[in-house]
Design a protein around this ligand. Sequence first.
Ligand SMILES: [Fe+2]
Length: 357
Amino acid sequence: MTKEFEGYISELPKGCITETDIYTDKGVLLCPKMTVMDENTLEKLSNYKGPVQVVISYTEEPVEEVIIQPDKDESIEFDNSFKEYAVETLSNLYANVDDVDTLTIGATEMGEEVYSIVKSATSLCINLEKLKVSDVYTYKHAVDVGTMAAVLAKVIGESDSFVREVTVSGLLHDIGKEKIPAEIINKPAKLTKEEFEIIKTHPIHGYKLLLGAALISEEVRQGILNHHENVDGTGYPRGLVDDRIGKMAQIISIVDVYDALVTERAYKSAMSPSQAIEIMFTMSNKFNMDYFRAFLSIINAFPNGTEVLLSTGEIAIVMRQNKSYPLRPVIKLRDSEKIINLARDTSYLSTVILRAA
Ligand SMILES: [Fe+2]
C-alpha cells in the first residue's frame, strides 16, 4: 500500500520504502527514492530535524500506526504574574498621565519586562490570545502593540536598544487619548467629522505629555507622534511620507492597525487574524512593505491544533506553520486524516481556510 507522508523522519514507519526523493526545506536531497527505511537509515536521517514530504509504500502493514500530532504552538505567552503586573502598572500610569516621572518610569520598566520576554522567546510568533492582559481595551491594546512592535523590530534585525525603545513607544503610543474627552473616545457609534478631527490630535497630545521626560528619547516620542502617518502621505497629523515617518512609527502603525482590526469594540465586531491580514493587504500602500512582509511571518493566524473550516467545506486541524505563508499552514483533514501542505500541495492551491471552525 502507498500513501503520502508529511511529518518528521522519526515518524516514518520502520520498514517502509520511499517512492519519491526526500528533500530538506532548503531543497537539498536528503534521501533518494526506493530507499528502505530500516533502523540504520532512519537513525542516520534523523539528524535532519525539519518536516519532510514523501510518498511511501509498505511491504507489509506497519505494526504500529503512527498518529501524527500537531506541533506545539510556540507563540509568545505572558504568565499570570506578568499580566497582573502589567495591569497594575498601566492603571497607575493612566491615572497619572500628567506626572511625567510616574508615566515614564512605569512605561520604561514595563518595556524592559516585555523586552526580556521577547528576547528569551524560543519562537517569535504572535497569537494575541496568549498576550491578553485584561478585558480593558486600553490596557490590552497598549500591551499588544508594545509586544508586537518589539517582536517585529527583532525580526527585521534592529538592535537591542532599538527593540527596547520601540517597546516603550508602543506601550505609550495612544497615551495622548487621555487628553481627548471620554465621550468621544468611548462613543459607540460613528464619529462626526468634528469629533474625528479632535481624535486626530491624540498623537500630538502624546508627544507633548512626554516632552522633558529624561527617560524618553526623541525617537520614542516620534514613534508616538507619527504612529498614524502612512507612507503614502494619507495619514495624520502631518501627512508625512516614507522615511520622514521614522522606523518606530512605521512599525507601530502596522501592529496598531492589526490589533484594532482583530479586537472587538462597542461599535464593531472583531475580525479573525486571516480577515485582518487580507484587509491589510488592501491597505499595504500605507505601510512600509518590508516591515509588512516581516509582520506576516510573525502572525500566527491559525495556531497549531486549531480546527479550521476550509473553502471546500471540510474541517481540518492545523499541524504546523509555513512561515512565509501564514494563511496556508500544513493541515490534517478531520475525516480522512490526509495531511495537506496548503502552501505546496498543487491540488489544494485554490483551497483557502475560511475561519476557525
Ligand atoms: Fe492611535
